[in-house]
Structure formats: structure tokens, C-alpha cells
Write a new protein. Structure first.
Length: 247
């Protein structure tokens, strides 16, 4: 076997082991009383999950830097990423939904499909998302171009949920993405981002330039790899006068 074959086989094996560990950890987390989300609404059937994992892995093989993970996020991480969101949050923008684990969690939290905008750069992912969630607005664009499109008939969003691999992007790109996302968010809206790294994936310099503050709100080992969730908001001193979500 050549080097590439060895690498792919190694990663596939790692993926399989990681998924087993994640499934075990998720099963244990599911026994905890602090998980108020109905799993049945979030979990695709077992066979669909396997298909989804292979589809995701294939996308990673084709574009490792853009996809930046070898398996979709776990339901445990999806639960944490959406924990502060409900049907009363108003419209929600999802950046980099991939195969849709956070999308399903948002729907399980009573966000209306019509109140979802799914921004996904990968064409096969975007096509599958628009078939699976026909009432959501699916946009196959770079998240940095969000300011060029009209969402929700001009209403501001109450939250942004981001699965984007910010750690593998240049700082200028991260700044452009955050600038356009916050341009679509209501004054008190929040931007949720997960990371596999030990600190916030947005540098202090970018946060300061955009007048934002970041806080780590949770984390889980029931994901491959373990992940932390950050909430970004406008720092109080910079809050411009924008309407509430939905107005
Ligand atoms: C780490 S995967 C996360 C997928 C999914 N949210 C999950 O948690 O399983 C990153 C996703 O972001 C998408 N993506 C990467 N860069 C993007 C960009 N600039 N604009 C929009 N989507 C992007 C990738 O195609 C991929 O679907």
C-alpha cells in the first residue's frame, strides 16, 4: 500500500474508533437528567447516520481544509450548540451545516424551518440540505458573502449557529465572516461557534476590531474530537441601535 493509501486507511480506522467512542459517550450522556432535548427528533435512523458519516468522510477526502472534520458533529455537541435557542429566538442563520446535525437540533428546539437560513459552500451538502429542509432558505455561498444576500425578507436573526472551521481560515477571512454575520444579527443576538482547540477560535485582535466579546459556555467529550462551545456577542459599549430579532 502506498503512503496515501496508508494515510486514508489509518484515518478511516481512527474515524471508526472515534465514532464508537462517541456513540458510547453519547449513550452515557443520554442517561444524564440534564439533557432536555427529545432525541427522537434529532437522530436520523441508524442506517441514515452511517450513510451520513460516509458522505461526510468522502467530502473531507475531497476538501480536507474546507470540511476540516472527518465525521459530522455528534448529537451531544448539537444539543450544546443549540441549548440557548428556541422557537422564540426568531430567525436563525446556520453557517456550514454540512449534513445537518445542528439543523435537526434547531428544529427539535421548535425553530420553524421557514426561520432557518442554511449557508453552505460545499455544493453536494447544499443540494442535500435543500432536499431535506425544503422550507429553509439554503444558500450555496461563502459565509463571508452573507452581507450580499437578503435573508428572511430583511428581518434580523436572533442567532447564528456556526460549524465553520474558523481555525483553518486566515484571520482576514474570519473577520469578514463575523462582520457579515453580525450585520444580519439583532442587537442582542448571539453567534455560537464550536472549536476543537483549547481557546476561542477568533483572535482577540479580531474580537476587539469588531467590538465583540466571546465566552466559553460549554463543552463535551462526546464528540470526535472533544469540542468546546463559544458564544460571541456585541460588547455592551459598542452595541449599535438595531431592532430586535424578527423586526
Ligand atoms: C467542520 S464541518 C461542520 C459540518 C456540520 N456543521 C457538523 O457540525 O457536522 C464544516 C462545514 O463548513 C462548510 N464550509 C467551510 N467553509 C465555508 C465557507 N467559507 N462558507 C460556507 N460554508 C463553509 C464545509 O463545507 C462543511 O460543511
Amino acid at each position: 500500500m502506498d503512503t496515501f493509501g496508508t494515510l486514508v486507511t489509518g484515518i478511516a480506522a481512527l474515524n471508526a474508533v472515534g465514532l464508537l467512542v462517541t456513540a458510547f459517550a453519547e449513550r452515557r450522556a443520554g442517561q444524564s437528567p440534564a439533557t432536555p432535548l427529545p432525541d427522537t427528533k434529532m437522530q436520523p435512523a441508524r442506517l441514515d447516520r452511517i450513510r451520513e458519516t460516509f458522505r461526510f468522510f468522502g467530502a473531507w477526502l475531497r476538501s480536507p481544509l474546507r470540511v476540516a472534520a472527518i465525521a459530522p458533529s455528534s448529537t451531544a455537541l448539537a444539543r450544546l450548540m443549540t441549548a440557548e435557542i428556541s422557537g422564540s429566538t426568531g430567525p436563525v442563520i446556520e453557517l456550514g451545516p454540512g449534513t445537518g446535525p445542528f439543523t435537526r437540533a434547531l428544529l427539535a428546539r421548535s425553530v420553524r424551518e421557514e426561520d432557518l437560513a442554511l449557508v453552505e459552500f460545499g455544493e453536494p451538502f447544499a443540494r442535500a440540505l435543500s432536499l431535506a429542509f425544503p422550507h429553509a432558505q439554503t444558500l450555496c455561498i461563502d459565509a463571508a458573502e452573507l452581507d450580499t444576500v437578503d435573508l428572511f425578507g430583511g428581518r434580523y436573526a436572533g442567532a447564528v449557529v456556526s460549524g465553520l472551521p474558523l481555525l483553518s481560515m486566515p484571520e482576514k477571512k474570519v473577520e469578514a465572516i463575523l462582520r457579515s454575520a453580525f450585520g444580519k444579527l439583532s442587537t442582542d443576538g448571539a453567534f455560537y461557534q464550536f472549536t476543537y482547540g483549547p481557546r476561542c477560535p477568533v483572535s482577540l485582535a479580531v474580537l476587539e476590531r469588531l467590538g465583540l466579546k466571546a465566552e466559553r459556555i460549554s463543552g463535551t467529550f462526546a464528540n470526535l474530537p472533544p469540542a468546546s462551545v463559544y458564544r460571541l456577542r456585541r460588547a455592551a459599549a459598542f452595541v449599535p441601535q438595531l431592532p430586535k430579532a424578527g423586526n
